[in-house]
Design a binder for this molecule. Sequence first.
Ligand code: HEC
Length: 227
Amino acid sequence: MFSWLRNISLSTRIILLASLVTLAVAGVSYSVFVKRFRENAETAMMEKAAAFTAVADEAKNHASELFLKKSIAIDELLTELKAEQAKGGDYTKSRFFQTIPVVTGWSTAEKAAKSENIDFKVVAFEARNKKHEPDSGSFRANLLKDLETQLAAGSGASIGRIDRATNTLHYMRAIKLDESCMLCHGAPGGKYDPDGDGKDALGFPMEDWKVGGTHGAYEVACRHNLQ
Ligand code: HEC
């Protein structure tokens, strides 16, 4: 089979062998380089997503403090909301809605995401607004489920994973409930439901969630072109 090799001079054989070895080394180095490059790019994207969602969370925390310290004219805004709702107005357009701490957090992040070309969303199961609910069985739904399992086990409030089918990195940071959230998401009939109708100021049934628990997550999705 290799009889043709015997007809080639020794020097040509050496050159041929050297070329093959060089090619093999170049090939291995290239694939190691590409792998490292992809890993570094993925780590950088993960860090960027972590920093981005951390800012959304801190914007929410800051707004919660203002809300609890009554630095916002809550009563005045509530009266305005009631008047608008009586006329059939959309609660998401009200001034009151914009001051809800978690809404301040995600609105801030949405604006930054737009200017930075980042895909940012809020995702949640049992969502009040169905636009926040991930499609059942989707990659995002499974990731959120895994984040919730992780939270229940007490190990970490964020999770990141690459969807290889779309080459998209999805990063989620859980949204923690603090005292300010109880006004609407707390116990029906409790201290934040003085009229005892089981509904919050916007008319939603209160869920009886607890301070220290979580509801949904901030999500950043970044596509990358590395295979
Ligand atoms: C004044 C009432 C009110 C307060 C206070 C409030 N929320 Fe909500 N929350 C709402 C309403 C109303 C919605 C639905 C928003 C929409 O239609 O986009 C909502 C939606 C959400 C969502 C998006 C998922 C979904 O269910 O649609 C998250 C996450 C959330 N709230 C978490 C919190 C956290 C955490 C706090 C406290 C830091 C908080 N909320 C405080 C009324 C409130």
